[in-house]
Design a protein around this ligand. Structure first.
Ligand SMILES: CC(C)(COP(=O)(O)OP(=O)(O)OC[C@H]1O[C@@H](n2cnc3c(N)ncnc32)[C@H](O)[C@@H]1OP(=O)(O)O)[C@@H](O)C(=O)NCCC(=O)NCCS
Length: 344
């Protein structure tokens, strides 16, 4: 006879309880980028909206940045690290294939034997993490979940590639998700379009890099195979983001039953100011909606971009606790994830 399995005892509703961020101390202006590529400050600002970004120094490792952000999020949530039941770290710039960075973070932050794993969902990684956190809480596998987006994209940037050299930044953003008495996280509208996998990708796979065939692979000025970096077809990604992601954002609003008028805050992935402006226009967001424009001084920090922008908006008073926010991430895969959330 098939044994009866008890129904889940989790909390049907979840909310973001706290947020924390870490930005490296070194600010890199466009002038520094221009040492390596033929471009101009004016071009970079007008085409991307980026004026400065933060690049991590040797002490600001992925783990150190993650621990800083995680510690702040845990404190902001009003819990202690040992109450965290699951640690989810979204990153594409952890250089050890195994073990995950999440287990190291769980141990070092004092989360004890919390479940811990990394996810690789590019610039949608934060939304993928939120989606999982909510599910884990609903089915009772966790009460408190730490979700972090952390990147050292400067390690994966080809400074001589004029289509990407100015885009990327480093940093970590974290939230704690926990149970809620009322709905505070809408349904996730997430997905992937693997037929477009080639439009954002690593230049050279690790095994190809190890073989190092200089006749097949991109080489630097010394004739050595270039270290792998992120490359993209900028215009293709731009068009996809502008046309397709506004639809996904609208679906997330509809799924949550929230109209643009009801929205207080819009936090899209910080990739390009023109993409942000275009989405605001397509979604017909009213004037009162505060829009994250962190890309200007942070660049594109992939999975870290949404929680970093969220933390800054709350810190500066552009957004306040209890506000209703639409978040949407999109990027390499191609992948996307959008959700309406109540801000911590
Ligand atoms: C990268 C990006 C800013 C480039 O802007 P763009 O307007 O698409 O630029 P294009 O690639 O079409 O190039 C336009 C012109 O500028 C030139 N150009 C490209 N890079 C340049 C640079 N760094 N400086 C000056 N000129 C540059 C091109 O050669 C081209 O010249 P041409 O018209 O004479 O042929 C933009 O495509 C983008 O942001 N894409 C999406 C990025 C993104 O979201 N990525 C990650 C998702 S996670």
């Amino acid at each position: 006879m098939t044994a009866k399995i008890k129904p889940p005892k989790g909390s049907p509703y979840a909310r973001i309880l706290g947020v924390g961020g870490y930005r490296p101390t070194r600010v890199v202006p466009n002038e520094e980028i221009l040492k390596h590529i033929d471009s101009s400050d004016e071009w970079i600002r007008s085409r991307s909206g980026i004026a400065t970004r933060h690049w991590a120094g040797p002490e600001e490792t992925l783990a150190e940045m993650t621990l800083e952000a995680a510690g702040k999020a845990v404190a902001d949530a009003g819990i202690t690290a040992d109450q965290v039941d699951a640690v989810i770290i979204s990153t594409v710039s952890h250089f050890k294939q195994t073990p995950s960075i999440a287990t190291e973070i769980s141990d070092r932050m004092g989360a004890g034997k919390a479940a811990a794993f990394d996810i690789n969902a590019g610039c949608a990684g934060f939304g993928y993490g939120l989606t999982q956190a909510k599910g884990l809480i609903a089915e009772g596998s966790a009460t408190y979940v730490l979700v972090v987006g952390a990147e050292r994209l400067s390690d994966l940037t080809d400074l001589t590639d004029r289509s990407t050299a100015f885009l990327f930044g480093d940093g970590a953003g974290a939230v704690v998700v926990g149970p809620s008495e009322e709905p505070a996280m809408g349904p996730s509208v997430w997905g992937s379009e693997g037929d477009k996998a080639d439009v954002i990708s690593q230049t050279v796979a690790w095994d190809e890099f190890r073989i190092g065939d200089v006749s097949q692979l991109p080489v630097d000025a010394d004739g050595e195979v270039k270290f792998p970096a992120i490359r993209q077809e900028g215009q293709t990604v731009f068009r996809w983001a502008v046309f397709e992601m506004a639809k996904v954002a609208q679906e997330a609003l509809d799924a949550a039953g929230v109209s643009p008028e009801d929205l207080d805050v819009f936090i899209p992935h910080q990739a390009n100011m023109r993409i942000i402006d275009s989405m605001v226009k397509t979604l017909k967001l009213p004037e009162h909606v505060a829009v994250a424009r962190d890309v200007e001084t942070t660049g594109n920090t992939s999975a870290a971009s949404i929680p970093l922008a969220m933390e800054r908006m709350l810190a500066t008073g552009e957004a306040k606790s209890g506000d209703t926010a639409l978040v949407i991430g999109f990027g390499a895969g191609l992948v996307y994830a959008a959700m309406v959330v109540t801000l911590p």
